[in-house]
Design a protein around this ligand. Structure first.
Ligand code: C5P
Length: 315
């Protein structure tokens, strides 16, 4: 996350994430699932600007970045699925709800206006909405001069979504990787995580996180993230690739034919490894270097629909 305060405002570049490892350990009495996941921030970012308003409700304008707007409009006119779906109504936006929650918790009399430029596809397993909410908390904390610690912001964040605390900690220092446990809100940063090149596809149809979790069956013998952390410590890219794992992938594959199709396409690319991110529907591969990621992106653009992008993950 990159934070730039200016005058009465603050601009934040806030990243997407990839889950290089995700295991479902079991279903909890509160309906959530106990997880062990390794997440890294990636070089694909949304931009958020927050400015102080004297009073009134918190307001938000949200739009796809220039270039993506046209694709989104064209698809909705033709009633076609598109990686840049229609955006949710503004009052449902998690960034807006996060700032409202912080305002209430802090007893802040002033209001704020948010402008959000989106590049991270939604319903994608990339944490876009959570990242925007984390950015909005950091920005509002700055413009209202609250000086709340990241830990205090995390308490507000955890009530709104399981992934937001990750973006406030590992994502708070750009870039970052962390093992997240519990619902995803117990964060253990991995400071020596290597920078990896990746290529990813968000197919035209997204997946609903609650639907994928409902469909999943926790394994009798869950895998551990430890071997992947060990492979990262020795810098063995081949081993890192073989140890990528997503315990939600089978469930997502039962709900969307895109997951199996993308797995098949990535198998043809000779990458160190590939897997689905989060609850999908984005599928990604780890590459040997940026050149391989760029070439793989070119081949995927010729073969599948959706948003294809490449960049760097973690550090
Ligand atoms: O916390 P978040 O809003 O991202 O979760 C969305 C939904 O995903 C939850 O309502 C729950 O159904 C499911 N979920 C889960 N276990 C988790 C995280 C999310 O079952 N650890």
């Amino acid at each position: 996350m990159f934070v730039r305060p200016f005058g009465a405002g603050c601009e934040v570049q806030t990243p997407a994430k990839l889950n290089l490892f995700l295991e479902v350990l079991g279903r909890r009495p509160d309906g959530f699932h106990e997880l062990e996941t390794l997440m890294t921030t990636v070089s694909l970012c949304d931009s958020l600007v927050c400015q102080v308003e004297p009073d009134g409700p918190v307001r938000l304008d949200c739009a796809w970045a220039v270039g993506l707007q046209a694709a989104s409009r064209e698809a909705s006119r033709a009633d076609r699925a598109c990686a840049w779906e229609a955006l949710p109504p503004e009052h449902e936006n998690l960034a807006l709800r996060a700032v409202e929650a912080l305002r209430r918790a802090a007893g802040e009399p002033r209001s704020a206006r948010l402008r959000l430029i989106k590049r991270i596809p939604a319903a994608a397993g990339l944490g876009g909405a959570s990242s925007d909410a984390a950015a909005a908390l950091v920005a509002a904390n700055e413009v209202w001069g609250l000086n709340w610690s990241r830990e205090r912001l995390q308490a507000v964040a955890a009530t709104l979504g399981s992934d937001i605390p990750f973006f406030l900690t590992a994502g708070g220092v750009w870039p970052g990787a962390a093992v997240c446990r519990g619902r995803g809100e117990r964060i253990e940063p991995v400071p020596d995580w290597p920078t990896l090149a990746f290529v990813a596809v968000r197919p035209p149809v997204g997946l609903s996180t609650p639907a994928v979790f409902r469909e999943c069956r926790p394994p009798a013998e869950p895998r551990s993230v430890e071997p992947l952390l060990e492979a990262a410590r020795t810098g063995d890219l081949g081993r890192i690739g073989r140890l990528l794992h997503n315990g939600l992938q089978a469930a997502a594959g039962r709900l969307s034919p895109w997951i199996g199709r993308l797995e098949h396409e990535f198998n043809r690319l000779d990458l160190p490894g590939h897997a689905m991110s989060g609850s999908g529907s984005t599928y990604f591969g780890v590459c040997r270097h940026a050149g391989q990621a760029r070439r793989a992106a070119g081949r995927l653009r010729n073969r599948v629909d959706g948003a294809v992008f490449w960049g760097t993950a973690g550090r």
